[in-house]
Design a protein around this ligand. Structure first.
Ligand code: ATP
Length: 368
């Protein structure tokens, strides 16, 4: 079902500031969806409107076809896992998870089986009698998730769920969260400013910037075909070159004249007008470096440059290569060096090349 949770032209201002500006999104039932963006882009405000803690100035929120915009938080089939987990320190794990069911006066047997089932799901059954202070950060978070899921909400909102955990635990919890989501099948909506987290947790991601949605897509599509400079730099690293379009080919590829780089051929999607300069984007790892000019042919873009600097990262290395006014970043896997590749020294003259499919036209405005 495509229109399970519909956010329809929702706006929210605080004084003169438009925190959320006409956002429309359609989230599927059972989907793991992320709101991703830099601090202040409005993602928490949007999440709070979904939970019912804030009311939109305009627009509607529909859940399963029903307008929930004006409902109180407790009237919505939506629960939230807060960043600080908000557990009751004086109650043990079992009682924390049981709390909501007890408040809604569910039968004793239903509470017992519901809580036991949830503790099993988050693998905390053997810690049921411990208090929150006796648990690790990751365990505390799993209690918060169990507590939010126990009354079977239709949507679970998770606000920066991994922010309070150290790096190792974060990586572990990514796997745990995916497993929990898969088992319960509830719609999960994450708020995060961490692109890696969003990419690993989500079926789809909405990238937000200054209160608006820049692009909604699957993680791979966001990385491979970002539509704006903002998305390209927020999700991964990118080289940008601005030039004039000189030829649109029948097969949809576009030749762009870029000062200092010749006239590379790039993927033409996103191209609008031949009278305006365009901006093309190439990921650092899509650029090959060779000492010899690569076997050309129309389908290879190749240009020369001088290595200014290189930075070693263990599994890969990054090169800063000067080509006219451009400083191009190329990233090479270490294993490529032994496979006949090169390990160019500072000052070396090298050829940079990329396939036309790896160069994309992105919007000029909204660039980071
Ligand atoms: P962060 O990751 O830092 O939490 P965010 O993307 O979640 O950022 P929001 O918390 O939604 O951003 O805030 C969006 C904008 O609205 C910010 O400029 C923030 O200062 C402002 N804002 C949020 N809540 C309020 C409020 N209650 N009163 C006034 N301004 C607010």
């Amino acid at each position: 079902m495509d229109d399970f949770l519909v956010i329809d032209r929702v706006s929210k201002s605080f004084g003169a500031l438009r925190a959320v500006d006409g956002v429309s999104l359609s989230i599927r039932q059972g989907e793991a969806f992320s709101l991703l963006g830099p601090s202040g882009c409005g993602k928490t405000t949007l999440l709070r409107m979904l939970a019912g803690f804030e009311t939109p100035d305009s627009g509607r929120i529909l859940l399963g076809g029903k307008d929930v915009t004006g409902l109180l938080p407790e009237q919505r089939p939506v629960n939230t896992v807060f960043q600080n987990y908000a557990l009751f320190p004086h109650l043990n794990v079992w009682e924390n998870v049981a709390f909501g069911l007890r408040m809604s006066r569910r039968p004793r047997e239903e509470i017992r089986s519901g809580v036991d089932r949830m503790l099993e799901l988050v693998r905390l059954s053997e810690h049921a009698r411990k208090r929150p202070a006796q648990l690790s950060g990751g365990q505390r978070q799993r209690v918060a998730i169990a507590r939010a899921l126990v009354n079977r909400p239709q949507v679970l909102l998770l606000d920066e769920p991994l922010a309070a955990l150290d790096l190792k635990l974060r990586q572990h919890m990514l796997v745990e969260l995916n497993a929990i989501h898969e088992q319960v099948g509830t719609t999960f909506i994450y708020v995060t400013h961490d692109q890696g987290e969003a990419m690993s947790l989500s079926d789809r991601i909405a990238v937000m910037n200054e209160g608006r949605v820049e692009q909604v897509d699957e993680p791979e599509a966001l990385y491979e075909t970002p539509r704006s400079g903002f998305v390209a730099t927020f999700i991964g690293d990118a080289n940008f070159f601005t030039g004039m379009p000189v030829e649109l080919k029948h097969d949809g590829y576009l030749r762009v004249q870029v000062e200092g780089l010749g006239s590379p051929l790039v993927h033409g999607s996103g191209f609008v007008s031949s009278h305006e300069p365009v901006r093309i984007m190439i990921r650092p790892e899509k650029i090959s470096l060779t000492l010899e000019r690569p076997q050309s042919g129309e389908r290879v873009n190749a240009f020369r440059g001088v290595v200014e600097d290189s930075v070693y990262f263990g599994s890969h290395a990054r090169y800063h290569v000067r080509a006219g006014e451009h400083l191009v970043i190329a990233q090479l896997q270490r294993s490529r060096f032994s496979g006949g590749g090169i390990e160019p020294a500072r000052g070396a003259v090298v050829w940079m090349s990329f396939h036309p499919d790896e160069g994309r036209v992105v919007r000029l405005e909204g660039a980071a």
